[in-house]
Design a protein around this ligand. Structure first.
Ligand code: SAM
Length: 309
């Protein structure tokens, strides 16, 4: 507990000094150092990201300009203002048609609900990380050839304010609810939990799969399973150990579970989907004993979560 508190309150106040270093455990020190390192490189990473975005935007503008000029060359004419407006409206119609296709596909697929009603288990940092993971889910959904309707339930004001920074209101096929997931979908609810007995084999478009929006490095083992059972909601676990050799816990992050469902839908094969989604470093624990593997995996998941922030 002591370790966690220090870890979460990291800021200038949490900086490592010779005085507090001697009081901390090896793991807490490691986390503090990692946090300090992250704080240092964060501004650089942000700048690099903005730079990449700028370059991408410029490239897109140039591409559009080149295509206008290409049209001009093939017709041998300089485009009039009217022709340009026509081209713009054609592009707009194309975008709208693509959006309709996206929404149609999303509405005919299974749904994914992310149950965010876990604020009581979250630190400020974990809530921030959850918002990042949800943003990654949206990115995957947007790019997917088999998108789904994504519903975020139990969204607190705190989480909502974080999601608003990423423009959640403008996300297509995404719905945000402050209440519980019961009653939000006409489909059959299935809560995904690594603690379930039943294994998810086939994905069913009549189902809404619920992912627990928890960032806990599985400290609260069984939390989602307990909740689902108490609400008489069917629970299922992902078929991970059926196809790859990891530790027996096999607890994935929210965005990995989301990606896995999308990839399974696209590739129609669990091994192929697992291969694509599970990070290589997580697959490399087969040499450890089970207990070691769990331990390693939890630490790695933590790292992954922090990368997401
Ligand atoms: C980081 S885990 C949270 C673990 C948490 N202790 C719990 O009780 O579920 C985030 C969510 O991803 C889903 N998940 C992760 N691994 C899973 C697995 N092997 N099978 C089914 N669902 C899984 C679950 O919905 C889980 O709530």
């Amino acid at each position: 507990m002591y370790e966690v508190k220090i870890h979460c309150n990291m800021g200038d106040k949490g900086a490592i000094t010779s005085e507090n270093a001697s009081k901390l455990s090896k793991n807490a020190l490691k986390r503090l150092r990692r946090d300090e390192h992250w704080e240092k490189i964060k501004p650089m990473k942000r700048r690099a990201y903005r730079e990449r975005r700028k370059v991408r935007k410029q490239a897109l503008q140039e591409k559009e300009k080149a295509s206008e000029e290409g049209n001009r060359e093939t017709t041998g004419e300089v485009m009039s203002e009217e022709q340009r407006a026509l081209l713009r409206s054609q592009r707009k119609s194309l975008r709208e048609a693509k959006l309709i296709e996206f929404l149609d596909k999303a509405n005919s697929n299974f749904e994914i609900i992310i149950d965010c009603q876990w604020d009581h288990l979250h630190t400020e940092k974990a809530t921030k990380s959850l918002a990042q993971q949800i943003l990654q889910c949206y990115g995957s959904n947007k790019r997917s050839s088999n998108p789904v309707k994504m519903v975020l339930t139990g969204v607190s004001d705190d989480l909502l304010s974080k999601l608003k920074k990423t423009n959640v209101e403008s996300w297509n096929a995404t719905y945000v609810e402050s209440g519980d997931y019961i009653g939000v979908s006409k489909k059959q609810l299935v809560y995904l939990s690594s603690d379930a007995d039943e294994v998810l084999d086939e994905l069913d478009s009549n189902c809404a799969y619920i992912i627990g929006g928890i960032v806990d490095r599985n400290r609260h083992k069984g939390a989602t399973h307990k909740k689902a059972v108490s609400q008489n909601v069917r629970t299922m676990k992902l078929p991970i150990k059926e196809y790859i050799s990891l530790s027996h816990t096999h607890v994935l992050t929210v965005n990995h579970v989301f990606d896995l469902l999308l990839e399974r839908c696209k590739l129609k094969s669990w091994p192929a989907a697992l291969d694509k989604v599970i990070p290589r470093r997580k697959k490399a624990f087969t040499d450890h004993s089970e207990d070691d593997a769990c331990e390693c995996k939890q630490v790695k998941e933590g790292e992954e979560t922090e990368e997401n922030e």
